[in-house]
Design a protein around this ligand. Structure first.
Ligand code: BGC
Length: 366
């Protein structure tokens, strides 16, 4: 984390006036004691992680003396557009946006640029617009590789107990650019095992467009899992593993499997599944031996990195040392600050989840 933040070396000469002066109205509104109003928009309140993200960003900015307008968009695109329109009208000095559909905000981003309001694309890349100043996220391709690696480790693919090992694949929301990195990373790890016949996908459903889950909807994924099980898994064909990009999808897939006897019938153990986000329910499931692993992306670190970036911009400083090649958005390549993620299994829950304070023992029911 320190290493990642240290790349935000300040270039004293290159103070960015454009970034320093957004929204005088906001400064007036937020009172003399505030350093100014910052707009923070998160996609939904109904997922554990965005609440953590929103709070981490808000608390960090407030500690530095900013006033924060934090809004959650109920996974509804028009709501998100309105929230951003209002923030611009209210004179925010910067916008931190985790989008629902990364390509839907073109007009709002153009308006922000016209008002000299810097835009930070938070976790999810804002697409198809030149009016995005920075991207702060995790290394999404690496996260995807970790999702694949979870199956390699858990299913022991380097010395498999049988051939083929049957898996089904799930991907994230097609309108979220992160889904691309997650999928590519995972497939780069898993494809060699498919090519050599160690892994099979009995449904044949492999393309990201076919295996995607709109809005990361776990209920939709559960239905797909139920259909796959009834169509492709009968007789001797047993599902051994699931590639999952998101903890709630992992848990709902496990439910679908339990409903047809996995975990309670001889020869049908629960399939091995990973996930992402390290949500409380999944950590509990990992500790009880059901979900095998998850990928922890520490929202506190992402929040802190974002707060530091915004504060630099507000002080007229230009962050340097960013990744300027990895994230083209269809219009420009967005300078990015990318954090590291960690695979969590039963073995390191204590160290990486509890000792680090990401979840308390009480939250985990311990
Ligand atoms: C985030 C994931 C999250 C997913 C669903 C993605 O953009 O990177 O951490 O699980 O959205 O909210």
């Amino acid at each position: 984390m320190k290493k990642m933040i240290s790349v935000l070396v300040i270039s004293a000469v290159a103070a960015s006036l454009a970034f320093a002066n957004g929204g005088s109205e906001g400064a007036a509104q937020s009172g003399a004691s505030s350093k100014g109003l910052i707009g923070v928009v998160m996609p939904t309140r109904s997922e554990e992680r965005w609440n953590k993200d929103g709070n981490a960003v808000r608390e960090g900015l407030e500690k530095l003396g900013y006033t924060v307008s934090l809004q959650f968009s109920d996974d509804d695109i028009p709501t998100q557009l309105n929230q951003i329109d209002n923030m611009i009208t209210n004179g925010v000095k910067a916008l931190i946006i985790a989008s629902i559909d990364g390509s839907s905000l073109g007009t709002q981003l153009a308006n922000a640029r016209a008002a000299k309001i810097p835009v930070i694309s938070y976790d999810r890349l804002l697409m198809q617009s030149p009016n995005v100043d920075y991207y702060v996220s995790f290394d999404n391709y690496k996260v995807g590789r970790q999702m694949g690696q979870i199956l390699v480790n858990g299913l022991n693919l380097n010395s498999p107990a049988k051939r083929p090992i049957n898996v089904e694949l799930f991907a994230g929301s097609p309108d979220d650019n992160n889904s691309v990195g997650f999928y590519q990373g995972a497939m780069d790890v898993l494809k060699p095992y498919m090519d050599s016949g160690v892994l099979a996908v009995p449904s044949g459903q492999i393309e990201r467009t076919v295996i995607g889950t709109l809005r990361w909807d776990a209920a939709e994924a559960q239905k797909r899992m139920e259909n796959l099980l009834s169509r492709y898994y009968s007789g001797d064909v047993v599902l051994d593993g699931i590639l999952s990009p998101y903890d709630p999808i992992s848990l709902s897939c496990l439910e679908a499997c339990k409903a047809v006897g996995y975990g309670s019938t001889a020869g049908k153990p629960l399939p091995l599944v990973g996930g992402q986000d390290c949500i409380v329910a999944s950590v509990k499931s990992i500790m009880s031996g059901e979900q095998y692993a998850t990928v922890l992306k520490d929202t506190r670190s992402l929040g802190a990195a974002t707060v530091e970036l915004v504060d630099k911009l507000m002080n007229g400083q230009t962050p340097t040392g960013l990744d300027t090649t990895s994230y083209p958005n269809g219009a420009i390549t967005v300078p990015s600050l990318l954090l590291d993620s960690v695979i969590v299994t039963k073995d390191n829950v204590q160290k990486d989840v509890i000792n680090s304070g990401y979840h308390t023992r009480a939250e985990l029911g311990l």
